[in-house]
Design a protein around this ligand. Structure first.
Ligand code: HDE
Length: 750
């Protein structure tokens, strides 16, 4: 009886704890609540047809059998074994006596440890590090002239799941490394899943998929020491791209500010390849897909990106999660550049099948066709993000591929890689991958088969299952492989001659940059090549730069302390494309972070007003104070010990805090010049870094002294000093709409 009572008490206590926790986490179900819905709504199976002996398919989520229950993760309030037997204890293994050996018969011990031993699956071979969010896509209907894809029709809304990623790093690597970013979206359309597996750069390193293992092996850590992690600043990468010169254009994008985005929410996306669309009349067009962020495309400063890798390696993942949680739902417009589908498959002399080439927007404007809004975070990272599987061949009627040899190889790779990553051929049955359209695929069995298929004839033609499932025709909107004529050809391992131009668009990109963006590119090449050991590799890359631009080449050569080579061919004559620059416009500041430095002497009312103004601007104020708790009537979010400038898009000083006893280093704690009190060195560092990273600074009241002690103040570019905090913030907000105050630094190149 005693045992039973003790057990009951323990269970009661656990339940009470659970209930109190549940109350404090809004939106989380408490005990006894029904199991949460699946992340992607399961769809009912196809209704059985009258003339059919059995239903064509019944998936594991088939409502008839109540099998939906099976797919739910947590049922009932008791801890059980995986086969549903309720457990009394999960903290002690079964032993022969309190101090005795553990018994082999302890099934729960063995089951618990065995499952744990197998929790990890292989990470993605590339794009291993990423973050994702659910959302909705709404078609504008403007694409109807070029495609009959139903989800692009006016007003049609489609659930989506988007995953952003870096390419090179492992699953646990830092977010803000210099790299290309993945931008892959799964549209769960009524006509089946459409995957737009895009990047944040419009071109790729290679023209033929057969080179993918080469470029990835070169860019990944060295196989002997397995370093460096998530970096291109090493010999093997530069060895490859300087030899395989078709990589030069993409490399230039990586060396530009595009390689270090400020946020996933502030990146453009590009389908890279040319796709073929078909409209209701059967007329085809060639298109390139673009994602345009409503917040604009913005980047970090290189030093800032490096600091973040240490201070907050999850920076991009956190930023996306926090923005969505706080209601700042990021949005992108999907757009297309449209080209006539001619036999040459080129536009204005640009080969549309060459994935190292872009088409400047000035030649083919991006036409908006729909709006993506990401509005919900995943609930279980493994289930949704890790098990998510994209494939560029997941197409819907009205959208088809072209003969781009890079795309063709991708069509093979993405299924193949899931076989080892997700452990078998049934990965599309995983909830996050499951289409919302009815599925009746006649695929059977295999590892991780969850469907309970019925019927006796999973083959076609059959009579035993009434001929089911049936083929669809035009009237049923069946997918049509576009009947493209292929000219008579000889089987060869060769590229078209137009693929031989490797430098003109790298030069086009360089020429399209503003002086400050050029400066950043020079510094990026200088840093990356400066990290290489092999002189021959650096010299070879300088030769490539000579073929792109003499200024770029000589600046990098000077930084490396090497001679500037001459180009071996005349430089390409290019027309710059202003659309390639990220600067020169203003954008909304939704979700931006504004640090406000205060101390115990700060005026509470003024602080309250400024915080309200920051919130009203759609931004997040973070109060930074000498200690935690309440300061100046506000809850402190960061102390001087926990804050680092990289968290803020702008910094406001409402105080000039004197060094606190825990401020380091001690030598900075002496009084300032001219009898000024000293400034806390951590605040000084905040200001100095914000200055260097081209962030807007503002101050009122004592804050003006703080700025001065940190070496800046009124009259400096991007620094606002005034009497009232609200007025100061109004000016700061305006400056922030240009993202950064790059004008602070005079660029040495033009
Ligand atoms: Fe990928 N790529 N890729 N890729 N790719 C993968 O598929 C591959 C390429 C891209 O968030 C892998 O499921 C080959 C271009 C993204 O889950 C793999 C080639 C573009 C993601 C693969 C390319 C991309 C991947 C690894 C050259 C931009 C992350 C895991 C022929 C248009 C998807 C996986 C996610 C992932 C192969 C080139 C984008 C191995 C062979 C070009 C965004 O299948």
């Amino acid at each position: 009886k005693k045992v039973a009572e003790a057990v009951e008490e323990t269970v009661d206590a656990a339940r009470r704890t659970l209930e109190s926790t549940a109350e404090t986490i809004p939106g989380r179900p408490g005990p006894g609540s029904p199991p949460a819905d699946e992340p992607t709504e399961p769809q009912p199976p196809l209704p059985p047809k009258d003339d059919q002996r059995g239903p064509a398919t019944r998936t594991a989520t088939g409502a008839e059998t109540g099998a939906l229950q099976d797919a739910r993760a947590q049922q009932g309030e008791f801890l059980t074994t995986s086969t549903g037997t309720r457990l009394r204890d999960s903290d002690h293994s079964l032993k022969a006596g309190r101090r005795g050996p553990t018994l082999l018969q302890d099934h729960h011990l063995r089951e618990k440890i065995t499952h744990f031993d197998h929790e990890r699956i292989p990470e993605r071979v590339v794009h291993a590090r990423g973050a994702a969010a659910h959302g909705v896509f709404e078609g504008y209907g403007t694409a109807e002239t070029v495609t009959h894809a139903a989800f692009l029709a006016k007003g049609v809304t489609t659930p989506v799941f988007t995953r952003f990623s870096t390419v090179l790093g492992s699953r646990g690597s830092a977010d803000t490394v210099r790299d290309t970013r993945g931008f892959a979206t799964k549209f769960y359309t009524a006509e089946g899943n459409f995957d737009l597996v895009a990047n944040n750069m419009p071109v790729f390193f290679i023209q033929d998929g057969i080179k993918f293992p080469d470029v990835v092996h070169a860019a990944k850590p060295h196989p002997d020491r397995e370093i460096p992690q998530a970096q291109s600043a090493h010999d093997t990468f530069w060895d490859f791209v300087s030899l395989h010169t078709e990589a030069q254009h993409h490399t230039m994008w990586n060396m530009s500010d595009r390689g270090i985005p400020r946020s996933y929410r502030m990146m453009e996306g590009f389908g890279v390849h040319t796709f073929r669309l078909t409209n209701a009349e059967g007329v085809t067009s060639l298109v390139k897909f673009h994602w345009k962020p409503k917040l604009g495309a913005h980047s970090l400063a290189w030093e800032e990106a490096q600091l973040i890798n240490g201070v907050d390696p999850d920076f991009h993942r956190r930023d996306l999660y926090d923005a969505i949680e706080s209601g700042a739902h990021p949005q992108w417009e999907l757009g297309i550049q449209v080209f006539p589908d001619t036999p040459e498959q080129e536009f204005e002399g640009i080969d549309l099948l060459d994935p190292t080439k872009l088409v400047p927007e000035e030649l083919a404007p991006v036409q908006p066709i729909g709006l993506l809004t990401l509005n919900a975070n995943p609930r279980n990272f493994f289930a949704e993000v890790e098990q998510l599987a994209f494939h560029p061949g997941h197409l819907v009627p009205g959208i088809d591929v072209t003969d781009d040899p890079l795309l063709q190889a991708r069509l093979f790779s993405y299924i193949d890689t899931q076989l080892s990553r997700l452990g078998g051929p049934n990965f599309n049955q995983i909830p996050v991958n499951r289409p919302h359209a009815p599925v009746n695929d006649m695929f059977r069995d295999g590892f991780h088969q969850h469907a309970d298929h019925v019927g006796v004839a999973p083959y076609k033609p059959n009579s035993l299952d009434g001929g089911c499932p049936f083929f669809a025709g035009n009237e049923d909107n069946a997918f049509l492989d576009t009947p493209v004529e292929i000219p008579a050809a000889t089987k060869v391992r060769e590229n078209p001659a137009s693929f031989d131009d490797h430098f003109s668009q790298a030069r086009l990109f360089w020429q399209s940059m503003t002086p400050v963006e050029k400066e950043h590119i020079i510094r990026a090449y200088s840093f990356e090549l400066g990290k290489c050991y092999e002189e021959t590799i650096k010299a070879r890359q300088l030769q490539c730069l000579a073929q792109i631009d003499p200024v770029l080449c000589s600046e990098v050569a000077t930084a490396l302390g090497m001679p500037t080579p001459e180009p071996s061919e005349p430089l390409a004559d290019v027309t710059p494309s202003a659309a390639l620059s990220q600067l020169g416009q203003t954008w909304p500041g939704d979700g931006r972070m504004v640090g406000i430095v205060v101390d115990d002497a700060t005026d509470a009312e003024a602080l309250q007003e400024v915080r309200a103004a920051v919130f009203a601007a759609g931004m997040v104020p973070l109060v930074v104070a000498p200690h935690g708790g309440e300061v100046a009537g506000a809850t402190v979010q960061r102390t001087f010990a926990t804050a680092r400038s990289v968290e803020f898009d702008a910094l406001l000083l409402a105080a000039s805090p004197v060094p606190a006893p825990d401020a380091l280093p001690a030598r900075d704690a002496k009084a300032g010049a001219g009898g000024d009190p000293a400034l806390d060195p951590r605040v000084k560092l905040l200001v100095e870094e914000c200055w260097r990273h081209a962030k807007v600074l503002g101050a009122w009241g004592d804050g003006a002294t703080g700025l001065r002690l940190a070496g800046t103040g009124e009259g400096d570019v991007g620094v606002v000093v005034g009497e009232s905090g609200v007025d100061v913030f109004a000016e700061v907000q305006e400056l922030m709409s240009a993202h950064r105050v790059w004008e602070r630094f005079a660029a040495s190149v033009s």
